[in-house]
Design a binder for this molecule. Sequence first.
Ligand SMILES: Nc1ncnc2c1ncn2[C@@H]1O[C@H](COP(=O)(O)OP(=O)(O)OP(=O)(O)O)[C@@H](O)[C@H]1O
Length: 229
Amino acid sequence: MLVVSELSKSYPTAGEPLSVLRGVNLELSPGQSAAIVGPSGSGKTTLLQILGTLDEPDSGSVQINGQDPFALDARERAAYRNQTIGFIFQDHHLLPQLSVTENVLIPALANGKPTGDDTTRAAELIDAVGLSHRATHLPRELSGGERERVAIARALLMQPFVVLADEPTGNLDSKTAKTITELLLRLQAEQNTVLVTVTHSLSLADDMNERFELVDGALVRRERFGITA
Ligand SMILES: Nc1ncnc2c1ncn2[C@@H]1O[C@H](COP(=O)(O)OP(=O)(O)OP(=O)(O)O)[C@@H](O)[C@H]1O
């Protein structure tokens, strides 16, 4: 389970601190997907950064399968993050000089040289995202949708418990966005991970099991938005 309780976070400013998160609660089981929507500046990225253990909350807790990642020191937490959390970014952050296979293997490099198992799994994931014929290509030789597929394969390499996606279809046309969303949800269900997606797309939000809106620093559950595009 991913269990988030009463998270709060403020940023210092010249005057009063800017209170962004004010009591965020969330519980998701393996295999569940959730979308978080909200206006620009409502704190979606801040929340995703905390769920990803890249930033610390001021108060409240995050528990991943009963473990509190913020109880770990910075080094332990980095190792924990690499094993437990997969990240998918809008601009995919692929390394331009590395091939598709090498990019997918990046999370395994934190443990030293990729093992044979890592390489096998990378090939399986590249196949699963439909890019076997592009395995030796560089990112610049791929379309936007193909690059996003590489980012999905990379996020799943370490069999993470939680996958966090920040606008995973933000730069894609609506047809490609739909295909990528279906792929992401299929792999997420097969691998039984928790998926949390931050998005402005109500259509993408509708494809997730659960929808939440970040309102005044807290998550409010929403019904389907009824967007089919
Ligand atoms: N490091 C920081 N220091 C100070 N203020 C910050 C910092 N990071 C974010 N903020 C402020 O916190 C608020 C929430 O930012 P955040 O990036 O989480 O919003 P968001 O919902 O992801 O927005 P968008 O949809 O535009 O990406 C904004 O007002 C932003 O200016």
